[in-house]
Design a protein around this ligand. Structure first.
Ligand SMILES: NC(=O)c1ccc[n+]([C@@H]2O[C@H](COP(=O)([O-])OP(=O)(O)OC[C@H]3O[C@@H](n4cnc5c(N)ncnc54)[C@H](O)[C@@H]3O)[C@@H](O)[C@H]2O)c1
Length: 317
């Protein structure tokens, strides 16, 4: 591999979305550095990446305490970092409500450390994993990026604060940066054992075992489920783009599906052995969610391509 291939740091690269992002970067010939504290990420998620050859450095690092020291030996060997994809986060909304200070230290603090590094080292681009959680309770659909953001959890607040920090570093320090607002991401390597994991990984896990699926309320709540391979494509496109546009981009499919319909499809794909049970609606649960996707298409040429049923098959495989 040429030493001139871009050197790309992926924080949270051992996680669900991070490991797919690493796979895609290596496919494209980039040299990749994973920074991860392995709090939820796993080395096993990187097994395919490790096996494929190319430059892949995996460094254990708590990004919320800074990244200069972790990257110093890497840059001494490989030269300067070209781009950073910042995915490392505490990903649970529920945990953020229980421990808002910790959430801020990890989710906002890590972003500041990444931006400080990018500013000091002249990194060409930072792509950041924001979330549809920045919008809060919205009443117009599909959800467009220029809606007023009013997050309703510490997790959403710290993602939005991170976006504001990106904008500040772009405006004041010239750090090119793109916030990507992920909708509901699903796919292989999502951890079903985590109580905070996406509904698809939980449904898939139960349906495969022939156990009943639990749907909260009538199941009429909708979500925009986007396949992780599509998300990795959007993330890499944003990181590799030399655009200095500061606007945030939704990453979703633009299509919504009810949780009940999703449960039915998952049960069918798993051989129809599970029943669907209903539980009391969850307080505060968002009733509808679907992304407007034109801005990401205009900015990055990105459209989600994987149909839900195909993504579900890959997830279940
Ligand atoms: N999965 C989704 O549907 C979704 C939706 C919106 C936004 N996001 C965002 O996408 C990103 C990736 O999420 P994911 O679903 O892959 O979750 P994940 O838990 O699999 O990945 C997070 C990764 O960050 C690492 N990490 C956590 N704290 C760290 C720290 N202080 N220092 C270094 N590494 C740390 C974890 O070990 C893990 O590898 C997160 O920023 C998350 O907030 C995910």
């Amino acid at each position: 591999m040429s030493e001139r291939a871009p050197l790309v740091v992926v924080t949270g690269g051992a996680g669900f979305i991070g490991s797919h992002t690493v796979d895609r970067l290596l496919e494209q010939g980039a040299r990749v550095v994973v920074l991860d504290n392995f709090s939820t990420g796993k080395r096993a998620n990187l097994a395919a990446a490790i096996g494929r050859g190319g430059v892949l450095e995996i460094v254990t690092c708590d990004v919320s305490t800074g990244i200069f020291a972790a990257l110093a030996p890497i840059t001494a060997q490989h030269g300067p970092v070209d781009r950073i994809i910042h995915l490392a986060a505490q990903v649970s909304v529920i945990a953020s409500i229980a421990s808002p200070v910790v959430d801020g230290q990890i989710n906002y603090g890590s972003t500041l450390h990444v931006l400080e590094y990018a500013r000091a080292m002249g990194v060409k681009k930072v792509a950041f994993a924001s979330s549809a959680a920045v919008y809060g309770d919205v009443s117009t659909f599909p959800v467009t990026e220029d809606l007023h953001c009013q997050p309703v959890s510490p997790y959403g607040i710290h993602k939005y604060a991170s976006e504001l920090a990106l904008d500040y570093y772009a405006a004041v320090h010239g750090v090119a940066a793109t916030p990507l607002r992920f909708f509901n991401v699903y796919g292989p390597r999502q951890d079903p054992s985590s109580p905070y994991s996406g509904v698809i990984s939980i449904f898939a896990d139960r349906a495969r075992a022939g156990r009943d699926l639990l749907v909260f309320g009538d199941g009429g709540q909708t979500r925009d489920f986007v396949y992780v391979g599509d998300v990795a494509r959007a993330v890499v496109a944003a990181a590799m783009s030399d655009s200095t546009s500061r606007v945030a981009l939704n990453v979703g499919t633009g299509r919504e599906i009810t949780v009940l319909e999703l449960a039915r499809i998952v049960v069918e794909l798993c051989g129809g052995r599970s029943a669907i049970q209903h539980a009391a609606p969850r307080a505060g649960e968002i009733v509808r969610s679907v992304a407007a996707v034109e801005r990401a298409h205009t900015a990055l040429g990105f459209r989600a391509e994987v149909a839900l049923v195909d993504g579900l098959r890959a997830t279940l495989a």
